[in-house]
Design a binder for this molecule. Structure first.
Ligand code: APR
Length: 249
């Protein structure tokens, strides 16, 4: 009897795991007007279903990206690295900037894990390779691809919120450094404004060595700025909608 109970409970929980991604995806997608979300799901699934989850190249997501092209929001595009929660709390509460996670493509998959399996037509949400387990894993390739698309439409004055409480705010292995910055082309992108956010403790400032590397990476003609801002200042702006965006830092 115990064996039966264990089997049923385990079976149910596994079932739940495999079924959970689709409703989340559809519900989030429906927040955006004018898209056929069932169709979006089908196109998304085709990128990885039936494939080795460590062998899904970025290009596998091309049709999915093409199904909901990212729209340029000149002067309002926000990039980030190691500041996810703070940035999203800010963009959620204030209509100053947009991140890739505010777009349909980024929003439907934010915080989720998924993968396929060779010889299976299912989507799994457990037992998938981790971020660094293999280069071409299902999840990482998606974020690389969508970040490429987001930076390709970046225009005007671009903002990046980096973390001033770590030694290397511009880390070469990050998506921001390895993909996004490399795709900022002058004169489409006029300036890059780094907001270096200090959390509870200040570890570095705008003279940081990795930020020197960032400046070297920038396409000729793009103006670089860096500002040191405390987390409290940003939270203050998040909770005071009457404060103009330009006065946040
Ligand atoms: N394990 C799991 N997830 C990871 C890992 C990891 N080791 N590294 C990165 N990620 C995923 C997580 O979802 C994390 O929140 O990528 C997200 C961003 O990672 P960061 O290292 O904080 O930043 P970065 O790699 O620079 O990516 C952020 O990419 O999402 C786009 O436009 C967005 O500018 C932003 C940039």
């Amino acid at each position: 009897l115990l064996l039966i109970i264990v089997t049923v409970v385990l079976g149910l929980s596994l079932r739940q795991n495999t079924d959970k991604l689709n409703p989340t995806f559809i519900a989030r997608c429906q927040e955006f007007k004018g898209y056929d979300c069932e169709k979006m799901w089908d196109v998304f699934e085709q990128a990885y279903v039936g494939r080795d989850p460590c062998d899904v190249p970025m290009e596998a997501y091309d049709p999915f990206i093409a199904a909901a092209p990212l729209k340029p929001a000149c002067n309002r595009m926000m990039f980030w690295s190691k500041t996810k929660d703070l940035v999203h709390d800010f963009t959620e509460k204030r209509d100053c900037y947009v991140t890739v996670e505010d777009s349909l493509l980024g929003s439907v998959l934010d915080g989720l894990t998924w993968c396929g399996k060779e010889g299976s037509s299912e989507t799994f949400t457990t037992g998938c390779p981790g971020w660094t387990d293999c280069v071409n894993n299902t999840v990482r390739s998606f974020w690389n691809r969508v970040s490429t698309a987001f930076s390709d439409v970046a225009c005007g004055d671009v903002t990046a919120m980096l973390n001033g409480s770590i030694v290397t705010p511009f880390h070469p292995a990050s998506i921001f450094a390895s993909i996004e910055v490399k795709r900022f082309d002058f004169p489409r992108v006029k300036s890059l404004n780094v907001v270096l956010v200090t959390q509870n403790k200040t570890v570095t400032n705008c003279t940081n060595a990795s930020l020197k590397d960032l400046q070297k990476e920038l396409d000729q003609g793009i103006t670089y700025n860096c500002e040191e801002v405390t987390e409290t200042q940003i939270q203050d702006c998040s909770s005071h909608p009457e404060k103009p965006c330009g006065a946040c830092w």
